[in-house]
Design a protein around this ligand. Structure first.
Ligand code: KG4
Ligand code: ZN
Length: 350
């Protein structure tokens, strides 16, 4: 619909500089520049390097998005920007740029929550989110189960990781297997050649004694240690490490726990829609297993296409678009970058 507001979103919370443009639920542009190659040799994102890369990439990425959508800044109705959570210096670059554009073009600005944006992006592919829905957010920094009623109004946290995030576990295990960074996509590929049933790695917080207090929480640190011990034992015995089998068995342990708990949350809360977001939602095994298990209970699984699961500007624009449509007041121009922005805050108040 041409009369729906045109919303631009800017994402700089980690190592991807993203600018997306949406009209209503329609994605018009999704420009991305990544500094991931600059971090690879350090085995993780180096905040200072990421901030400098954002500074260099932001204006060209903005121009590419405007060109792709065939609009000018004057046509945009509102600018959304990730206010947090994320790396402080990286967030500052995006927030400062968004303020500059908002001030120069006299547009309202929305400082938004990166994690809520990972949920909102699904609306670009599958339309309005049925309410209520359970959202599972699995990224490099977070693993959470949330009950989402009206996303623009906040979310109810059901559970979260008590130690490592799921993506962090993928990255750490890939590192100990010498596979490179970021680990998730590499393990996903390597696992295709391996046998997922070959090694019985532990499923964190699934024992009856843990379920009482941590039914919807996750723990991946014990799994990571179990993989490290298993690999060390092989090496000490002078045996080759079957990298594909370890990758597949590790991936299976993560996906088994994530999908079991997500479906349990849906059943417990009487919810028939599970939406999965965040970088780990790009995992091919997670997508298949979630679908297989959900269908048995009449639950619909919604997962955006892999490019929309990892960080991008479209997700920020998508959440901005929902906030504008719901009549939520824009943020003030002095909005902060909040590296620890809580999940309960979807946008920075006006
Ligand atoms: O959402 P995201 O792009 O950035 C954060 O907000 O953290 O997620 C990045 C994380 C990384 O840990 C990466 O290894 C993981 O998502 N990831 C994957 C896959 N693609 C990205 N994990 C498993 N399988 C994948 N295919
Ligand atoms: Zn993310």
């Amino acid at each position: 619909m041409p009369d729906e507001p045109l919303v631009l979103g800017i994402e700089t919370s980690c190592d991807e500089t993203g600018v997306g443009i949406v009209r209503g639920h329609t994605l018009l542009a999704d420009a991305l520049a990544s500094s991931v190659d600059q971090h690879a040799r350090f085995g993780g994102v180096v905040p200072e390097v990421a901030s400098r890369a954002h500074l260099e990439a932001l204006v060209p990425t903005m121009q590419r998005a405007l060109d792709e959508a065939k609009v000018t800044l004057a046509d945009i109705d509102a600018i959304a920007v990730t206010s947090g959570p994320g790396l402080a210096g990286a967030l500052l670059v995006g927030v400062a740029a968004a303020k500059g554009y908002a001030l120069a073009a006299d547009k309202p600005i929305y400082g938004v929550n990166h994690l809520a944006a990972h949920v909102a992006v699904d609306t670009l592919e599958h339309g309005p989110l049925p309410e209520p829905a359970v959202a599972m957010l699995v990224s490099g920094g977070h693993s959470s189960l949330l009950l989402v009623d009206d996303l623009t109004n906040g979310v109810e946290p059901l559970g979260a990781t008590i130690d490592d995030a799921a993506g962090e576990a993928f990255d750490k295990v890939a590192r100990l297997l010498g596979l490179g960074f970021p680990g998730g996509p590499i393990i996903d590929r390597t696992a295709r050649e391996g046998d997922a049933a070959s090694i019985a790695f532990p499923r964190g917080l699934t024992a009856p004694k843990d379920l009482a207090a941590h039914r919807f929480d996750f723990s991946f640190s014990g799994l990571k240690t179990a993989v490290a011990r298993w690999v060390e034992t092989r090496q000490r015995d002078g045996e080759p490490v079957p990298v594909a089998d370890v990758s597949a068995s590790f991936q299976e342990a993560v996906c088994d726990v994530l999908t079991a708990k997500a479906i349990d949350a849906c059943l417990t809360r009487g919810v028939r829609t599970l939406v999965i977001g965040g970088g780990v939602a790009a995992n091919s095994r997670l997508r298949v297993l979630a679908e297989q298990r959900a269908v048995k209970h009449g639950i619909e699984v919604r997962v955006p296409r892999p490019q929309l699961c990892t960080d991008n500007g479209a997700m920020v624009a998508a959440l901005g678009s929902r906030l504008v449509a719901a009549g939520v007041a824009p943020s003030r121009l002095d909005l902060p970058a909040d590296s620890a922005m809580p999940l309960t805050s979807v946008s920075v108040a006006g």
